[in-house]
Write a protein of this length. Structure first.
Lengths: 240, 240
DNA sequence: ACCTGAACACCGTTCAAGT
DNA sequence: ACCTGAACACCGTTCAAGT
């Protein structure tokens, strides 16, 4: 069974019900994941290695397999751990759009705290307990706001996919430092002008895009569109 | 220099101007990339290995390094090769939105022809010759349609990022076969109903979403929003 | 001058040998 | 019963030895 798949999570939940064997050493799944997240933050997903992880925890690398099935499982668990770190700030309001915006920005902030982990959010469906808790409350919000179930599901998936993708592009592609931006500008303005007249002319604009701006543009576009669809689906809704 | 970076492509373009040394063996960069793409299509990006690639080409794996700097370079070149395979179908019209839709659907189709390569499109900026050619013509289309340069750049990036992300989610996450969908439905409807009442209730809807539907929803949302922004930026535009 | 086998420094995972 | 060192089967990359 593939780590992260529905069948895998199901089996894992069943195993959790069985009594845990005590561990003699100080090694814990929590400690392993802490160290793994540090490793990813510092050196990226490629830097997350069972052997380097063991070195950081001062144990033989084979010992990790007592607590974890393998490398892929560590990544899957890291993803759900970060999903569990999402903290919704601000008060509960009766405006569903404002609450959705806040929730999605919290989601985005949690992802950007561990930028090098973002590719892992795209590798498979998110089916861990924290992912499910988020799905549950988000869908509840949308359904309670009067959205037909099918549209609520489409809205949830579209919006969360957008948040993840936006963070992934931002953290793995964007030129962030001033030096990187200067290199990029030089690259575009140095292209053969006969072949790429537009790119040469737009060299400045091509490096002036702000990731937050792009996120907000897409977010508002999707929310506007979904609101229109929601109104069309449930036109006769009286305000309370 | 990191393969795929601006500096790397720049240096590569300079090297191409220098006279090429003849190769005694039948090995070509083209043949290498053909085999590499086959390998990715069959076994995914993890299956693309310098050693397996060499085996497929009947040569020692060290010989590949005569034609290619390393593994990462192969992936970068594959991405630009797929970008070069985009074929725009249909006639040239004077309706910029219709042309944009056609171009973006062609982009999507090209990506979905090699679904297992899609994660590589998110790993860095796309700066190869075919990527630049697409950027050039897309930005030309938008600017010619009357978009202010800064907005044209934002529109281009937002739309292409959306196409890539959508394909990445579709090819690496979605349950595509009937069996997979059935497993997912069982997973959601089998969850503890006290904890996840909404997910259990929506188990059917959660597995009824179609990837093409989700793509069209997002595409129309973004195009609508960008059209509004474009009209606001250039209100006094007379039809010819 | 060109090509590449052998070597080096890694990696994930397993399992028999240790405690 | 639990833990883990050693072993196995890989991997990317380099370079000296071959032609």
């Amino acid at each position: 069974v593939e780590p992260g798949s529905a069948a895998w999570w199901q089996q894992r939940a069943a195993d959790a019900d069985r009594p845990r064997r005590p561990r003699a050493d100080g090694l814990t799944l929590d400690r392993i994941l802490d160290a793994a997240l540090e490793l990813v933050d510092e050196d990226g997903l490629d830097g997350l290695t069972m052997r380097r992880l063991a070195a950081r925890l001062d144990c033989g690398h084979a010992s990790l397999y007592r607590h974890v099935a393998g490398h892929d499982e560590v990544v899957v668990l890291l993803v759900d751990r970060v999903l569990g770190s999402i903290r919704f700030d601000g008060p509960v309001t009766s405006d569903p759009r404002a609450m959705a915006e806040r929730a999605l920005r919290s989601y985005r902030a949690a992802l950007l705290e561990h930028p090098k982990l973002t590719p892992a959010f795209l590798a498979g469906q998110l089916l861990g307990p924290n992912a499910l808790a988020g799905r549950e409350s988000a869908l509840r919000l949308l359904v309670d706001a009067g959205m037909p179930p099918a549209l609520a599901v489409r809205a949830y998936l579209t919006l969360t996919h957008f948040v993840i993708a936006s963070a992934a592009f931002e953290s793995s592609g964007a030129a962030r430092t001033a030096g990187e931006r200067a290199t990029m500008r030089r690259y575009f303005s140095g292209l053969p002008a006969r072949e790429y007249p537009t790119l040469v002319g737009l060299a400045d604009e091509l490096n002036a895009v702000d990731a937050d701006d792009e996120f907000e543009l897409g977010l508002q576009a999707l929310l506007d569109h979904l609101e229109v669809l929601a109104r069309a689906a449930a036109p006769a809704r009286t305000p309370r």
